[in-house]
Design a protein around this ligand. Sequence first.
Ligand SMILES: Nc1ncnc2c1ncn2[C@@H]1O[C@H](COP(=O)(O)OP(=O)(O)OP(=O)(O)O)[C@@H](O)[C@H]1O
Length: 810
Amino acid sequence: MPIIDDYILKNKKIINLTCKQLPHVFKNVDNQEKIKKLLSFIHSFSGKIIFCLNKKEYIQKILKVLIENKIYPQYIEKIIDINKESNFFYTNSKLKNGFFDKKNNILFICTKDLLPIITQNTSIATIIDNTHIQKNNLSQLIFNHPIIHVEHGIGRYQGLTTIKTASIKSEYLIISYAEEDKLYLPVSSLHLISPYTETSIEHAPLHKLGGDEWNKQKQKISKTLYDHAAQLLDIYANRASIEGFSFKKNEEKYQIFSKDCLFQITPDQDQVIKSVLKDMYKSTPMDRLICGDVGFGKTEIAMRSAFLSVSNKKQVAVLVPTTLLAQQHYENFKKRFSNWSFYIDLISRFQNQKQQNLLLQHTKNGKIDILIGTHKLLLKEIEWYDLGLLIIDEEHRFGVNHKEIIKKKYSNIDILTLTATPIPRTLNMAMTGIKDLSIIEKPPAQRLAVKTYIQEYSSTLVRNTILREILRGGQVYYVYNKVKNIINIAERLSKLIPEANIKIGHGQMSNIDLQKVMNEFYNNKFNVLICTTIIESGIDIPRANTIIIENSDHFGLSQLHQLRGRIGRSRYQAYALFLVNNFNKMTINAKKRLEAISSVNNFGGGFSLSNQDLEIRGIGEILGKEQSGHMKNIGFSLYMKLLRNAIDLLKTGEHLSIDKLLKKPLEVELYVSSLLPDNYIVDVNTRLFFYKKIFNAENENNIEQIKNELIYQFGPLPDFSKNLIIIAKIRLIAYKIGIKRIKSNKKIGIIEFNNKNSINTQYLLKIFQDEPNTWKMKNSTTLQFIWHPNDDYLRLIWIKNILYNLSKQS
Ligand SMILES: Nc1ncnc2c1ncn2[C@@H]1O[C@H](COP(=O)(O)OP(=O)(O)OP(=O)(O)O)[C@@H](O)[C@H]1O
């Protein structure tokens, strides 16, 4: 799953210079060093540049700096204070026609609330003057925010610093602890820290460096982790022991069914379908979660698995959250299976008792092959002739109670769960491996990312937005979530846009009326549907490509994402306009949600939004009460990390202790300067991002890719950064063969092995023979060496080659 940083850097080329440095540039215009950095950035960047400044006085200051340095005429076409422009559409069209179509570099000056609008445009660098907007990326470290270090506990992140000891330069993360102690953490050890979001920022319970408190907490937690891991292993074992049905392949029929699909499935869809079918061929019951963002084509996967089931004479239940979606699926399944004689039916709360009884009878006697329905499918009275597969669509919409019923009622059949925005509990199950997980990462071809705007309500804006859509022949969802007033909204909009043909749809209408409206909308009989969130789940109307949501600050994050997912489902550009009444009156969490939704404006954001949602809401929601208490002490990320280690240890039958859980990290100190200098990458968060990426890389190829990414974005690697890349590769190999520590001073060094290692002893003997003056055994697990070449880079290459050969088994 790409994290947001990744997305920003890879796809949009937005560089956020939200660092503590920049305000100083503005406040302290005499600081030549900082001005130089800023100017070098402007010179090096070939896209468009926005300065997003909070205070008017900064605008004056930066203008002064730029004009004094003759930057203005050469690099900047125009400087405007966008904040003066109150009407978004005016601003936006101006952006499009006036500035952003031009190839020259542009400097934009604006205040932060307008940033989401401007960043819709590609190739923009934004320079933001405080950390406010960055909060939307919660996975990133924020100055002064609490973080947790596995060995030292909770402290506060205080930025990065370069430290030079005996001519060696490296970069360190500063973490402050209680009593003003500070820890300097080498960037190669970033994996030891995790975010801590359990309390408000101010109330984080900081630990004392070297104190006992943290160790005590960890000891306590190891017991809980043990129990939790054992419980999970029990679940895996139970699952593996349940005997299910193993479906038989019928390649010929399956190929015919696949060929009927109206589109070419994407490689991701293909991969996911293969995993699903493979599960179904096995005799243990499938429990697989398919995560694919809104509109990515999960339904076809459901249909193909259903086909395998019914062609094995096994019934299929398709459980969906709303009657509207049930109806849509019913029609789509009927169309998709129209060349086959399988019997498909729909159960809903709108059927009368007689109709329902008949359905129940047909389900019991096996007449029905595929039954689609809402919670009705969970009724006690439903009995199946021979059920083989349960498909749960929009899993995030079902509560714990429903899931309990499912577990009991459908314990030994195959279950396929589909979701775009998994809820924390499900995410957790996938993370701990209780469920198998497949992800559809990419959308079908020809999709365009929805353009999202967050604006205060304005009737002109609403009129313009609706008109633009209907004039190009498209349709509009207008979401207003209070049934009581919805009729007034319809009147207001009819007056405002007499050109539009408007109708209402909501959950309190009779099923027949609602169905009629939806059918008419589907068939383009009118062009604006004013509706509640009933459309939120799965509704698929390719011609509807604008959505306007009133009071969008009252909606949850995944709800907003789902609603936006109703548009942009074909090849047309779609627009989402999230309206709020008053920016200044929004709650902090509402702001965070809207910032998050506008930042995840791309495809595949559902998964990261789920994670962000989790962080906004706090982790209390993820597990039962018992574990969440303990998690509060150590933070969600660390808890999950330790839990995974605990499961691994238990599997090997090892005794579990906190030291083992923490897996002492590998130490590499090689007496060479290695860092990404701040004149190479100015922004501290971007540096951190790359450090994390480099040291988390899974193999050498990944490191090479990151190196190329750096060169592409920031130019040729400085020498110190070349060293960093080699050190990352050294760490990878060292870890793989079971090395505990590599350490050196200017002349000699040591390589210390773990007791369990996989080094090639033949090669070890060979180096003793070939270079007797260089190598000796210091003790049974430690090798000592003398450094040969003088050049730092060559030394690193030398040691890397030695390790590489030690890792090769003959
Ligand atoms: N490979 C593909 N190529 C082209 N169109 C596709 C492809 N896969 C699916 N589609 C179309 O994309 C639209 C969305 O697909 P689908 O309804 O299956 O999405 P979904 O993943 O279920 O979304 P949601 O989570 O919003 O319910 C449908 O109109 C479908 O026909």
